[in-house]
Design a protein. Structure first.
Length: 281
């Protein structure tokens, strides 16, 4: 059967449109923290635990990662979420990032695994008022939603640096990563800003993998170290902190990894740098 030219043209156009790839995800305009190095007037900040989870943005319909990728959560998980935007971290527990990451990355969600996940919230994007006011609004919003796995992160006032240091020691002793300090009087903003500070015993940073160094001895035939480059162009070898699984299947060239370090040398090289993980999805 011959199709009329107009019908055929419409069918071909529809087929071509269906074959077009979806637009690539782009990083979301979120607030990112600077590092606290003794510069903060502690009395001006609200303090919370630094959650070692997957940074997740709720746009009112979908969960998205910091890089803009959609998270395929079960329908029951997001049912009852508020229609306004939320910012927080998906979390299972302290020291459970790898297990959480495996759950979140699955294209077909594992209901049993998602039953352990909590969405811990710390911000109402684009909402008016100071952070103190937004934190109060967030608590009220979570209470109204009454979704058991939707929680507002506790924000406390510590008042002075001695109390801040004591709180940091307590969180680290419990297996936590560190603290977040948010200016109580800050209006909502995006990008990297000192209205939000992270405080840890170890610093962390990101770098791009630019090469693989072969292993020797017990690591023969596996990865010895990652050759990495930071955003400012600093290059160094990252060989500690890698598991045997990492060495057998290393992060590919071009991937972004997070590493930890104590301090920088006079030449700007991270001291005691240790691989932490591949960057968030």
């Amino acid at each position: 059967m011959r199709l009329k030219p107009m019908v055929r043209a419409l069918m071909l156009a529809a087929m071509a449109s269906a074959a077009l790839p979806l637009p690539a995800a782009e990083p979301l305009p979120l607030l990112l923290a600077e590092t606290e190095q003794g510069q903060a007037d502690v009395a001006l900040y609200l303090v919370s635990e630094k959650i070692d989870g997957v940074r997740t943005f709720w746009d009112g319909h979908l969960l998205r990662t910091r890089n803009g990728n959609t998270i395929n959560a079960p329908a029951w998980f997001i049912e009852g979420f508020p229609t306004q935007a939320l910012d927080g971290e998906l979390w299972i527990g302290r020291g459970q990032f790898e297990r959480l990451s495996g759950t979140v990355r699955q294209q077909t969600p594992d209901d049993a695994a998602w039953r352990e996940v909590r969405y811990l919230l710390f911000e109402l994007p684009q909402a008016p008022g100071t952070f103190r006011e937004r934190a109060e609004s967030l608590r009220s919003l979570v209470a109204s939603a009454a979704v058991p796995w939707l929680k507002a992160v506790e924000q406390v006032e510590l008042g002075n640096r001695k109390a801040l240091t004591r709180r940091l020691d307590e969180i680290v002793r419990l297996g936590g990563e560190g603290l977040m300090l948010h200016r109580a009087d800050a209006l909502y903003t995006t990008g990297r800003s000192d209205v939000l500070l992270k405080m840890k015993l170890w610093h962390d940073a990101e770098a791009t993998v630019i090469g693989h160094q072969p292993g020797k001895g017990k690591y023969a035939g596996m990865l010895g170290a990652l050759q990495v480059r930071t955003a400012d162009g600093t290059e160094f070898m990252l060989g500690t902190g890698l598991t045997e699984a990492d060495r057998r299947n290393p992060p590919p060239v071009g991937s972004i990894v997070t590493f930890r370090y104590r301090e920088l040398t006079s030449r700007g090289i991270p001291r005691f740098a240790s691989f932490h993980r591949v960057h968030d999805i």
